[in-house]
Design a protein around this ligand. Structure first.
Ligand code: AMP
Ligand code: ZN
Length: 469
């Protein structure tokens, strides 16, 4: 089965064909590092991590180049730096480190490239100069603005046309703009703000130009896949296309956007208990807080449990179900721990689901089917079936980036050292009592374990345990 992906630009599923199968390129808009990421921000990196794992499997690990940028120049960063009386680098380093730590807990593999805006100012200035040269941007009062009327296909990604946009305009009207929809490529720095030199005066880049300039410099045009959350379709990605295309004088023609990215993928939004996450409602859940109390794998499972283009509601029942799902799968792996897998390939049904526009719910259903096969095989003593299903389960789960922990460790969970010491001592006493057929003592130990809310699972490799709940 070839990989098909839903392309936002063409509004349909298309078979994925990279420009060069020896060099498959993917760019995903990354975090603006001025604060901790919320749980919604975690959806794109997790979803695109699955895509990258799949591409690496298909084309070879060294044939895929994945870039996820870091926006380290921004108004919100300046505001925070001002409030703390610190240089922006201190703020951005702090929140980037937190972001990477949280990504690690979600088992998101690091991208191959993580371009930072502050490291690419020359490329940004060069791309702006090229856009001006091709007649698609103009300088006015220390600003450089993109002239939207110069690019015929403006609005094609988001399905808007310029006239409708003008009618419903809610954009900043400024005296130096020719058209209210012209957007900023470069703006002058205000007093005490960090700035960089340019032919149009000291200042800093607009947000959209960062990505198009870093894409061109780090990956080269056109890239194969560009991804991000659905909110980025307009204006961010629409503007990226206009810039990337017009920097090369391709403002006219049939398929100018194909010169920038061949496929566009956007994830749906995450809501909290059916509401939009917003600071004013006070329901913003920080990823950093969440992964302190819940295993990152449960969070990852929850994020992948809906198809990436669908909205996903984050609530307690999703977390409970995710934990249960993982307990069941780890349980099957644990029960069959002594059986050596006979394959390292996922089964066809798994690939069929995941290659169908990353159908993660369908792929998860295959994991459950495999775990049932393991359980049945263990009960029936059919170790060949267990060896195959176990290998297929591990290989499939690796593409989803789950089930990577040792099953016994997962089932025991994260518990305090004191509890661990007590439970392990009780299990030893239990083994001794059972060996001596001292049933009253064995019962006493069982009651104590119950009081500690510990569930014991006896398996071929000895007993494992976990705390209920
Ligand atoms: P931001 O830091 O706001 O630029 O967002 C970083 C990434 O998270 C972007 O790809 C956004 O589209 C995405 N994103 C932000 N909020 C949500 C949400 N509630 N659900 C899903 N994705 C989101
Ligand atoms: Zn971007």
């Amino acid at each position: 089965m070839p990989l098909t992906i839903h392309d936002t630009l063409h509004r349909e599923k298309r078979v994925f064909e990279p420009r060069d199968p020896n060099r498959v390129t993917l760019y995903v808009c990354g975090p603006t590092v001025y604060d901790f990421a919320h749980i919604g921000n975690a959806r794109p990196p997790v979803v695109f991590d699955v895509l990258v794992r799949l591409l690496r499997r298909t084309y070879g690990a060294d044939k895929v180049i994945y870039a996820r940028n870091v926006t380290d120049v921004d108004d919100k960063i300046n505001a925070k730096a001002f409030k703390e009386g610190a240089p922006i680098g201190k703020i951005t380093a702090r929140y980037e480190a937190a972001y990477l730590e949280d990504m690690g807990r979600l088992n998101v593999s690091p991208p191959d490239l993580a371009p930072h805006v502050t490291d690419h100012m020359d490329a940004i200035v060069a791309q702006i100069a090229a856009i001006i040269e091709h007649g698609c941007a103009y300088a006015a009062e220390g600003h450089v603005l993109f002239d939207v009327s110069s690019y015929e296909a403006y609005g094609r990604l988001s399905g808007r046309n310029l006239d409708d946009m003008i009618a419903g305009a809610r954009v900043e009207v400024a005296p130096y703009k020719k058209n209210p929809h012209d957007f900023v490529l470069w703006k002058p720095a205000r007093e005490n703000e960090p700035s960089w030199p340019s032919p149009w005066g000291d200042g800093r880049p607009g947000w959209h130009i960062e990505c198009s300039a870093m894409i061109e410099e780090t990956l080269g045009l056109p890239i194969d896949i560009h991804g991000g959350g659905i909110d980025l379709v307009f204006p961010h990605h629409e503007n990226e296309i206009a810039q990337g295309v017009c920097a090369h004088g391709h403002a006219h023609g049939d398929q100018p956007h194909a010169e920038y990215s061949r496929y566009w993928m956007h994830n749906g939004f995450l809501t909290m208990d059916a509401e939009k996450m917003s600071k004013s409602i006070g329901n913003v859940l920080l990823l950093h807080d969440l992964v302190q109390s819940i295993p990152g794998e449960v969070v990852r499972w929850g994020l992948l449990s809906a198809h990436y283009r669908q909205p996903l509601d984050w609530n307690q029942s999703l977390l409970d179900q995710s934990r249960k799902a993982l307990d069941r799968l780890y349980g099957a792996l644990h029960r069959s721990a002594a059986v050596e897998p006979s394959t390292d390939q996922p089964p066809a049904e798994f690939l069929k689901a995941i290659e169908d526009d990353l159908n993660t719910p369908g792929a998860m259903a295959v994991l459950f089917a495999l775990s049932s096969e393991i359980e049945r095989g263990m009960t029936a003593g059919d170790l060949d079936a267990v060896a195959r299903a176990r290998g297929e389960l591990i290989a499939s789960a690796a593409i989803l980036g789950v089930l990577q922990a040792a099953p016994a460790e997962w089932l025991e969970g994260e518990v305090s050292d004191d509890l661990r010491t007590e439970v392990e001592a009780l299990l030893e006493q239990r083994a001794t009592a059972r060996a001596a057929k001292d049933w009253p003592e064995a019962d006493r130990i069982r009651d104590r374990l119950n009081a500690l809310k510990v569930v014991v699972m006896d398996g071929p490799q000895g007993a494992t345990w976990r705390v209920k709940g």
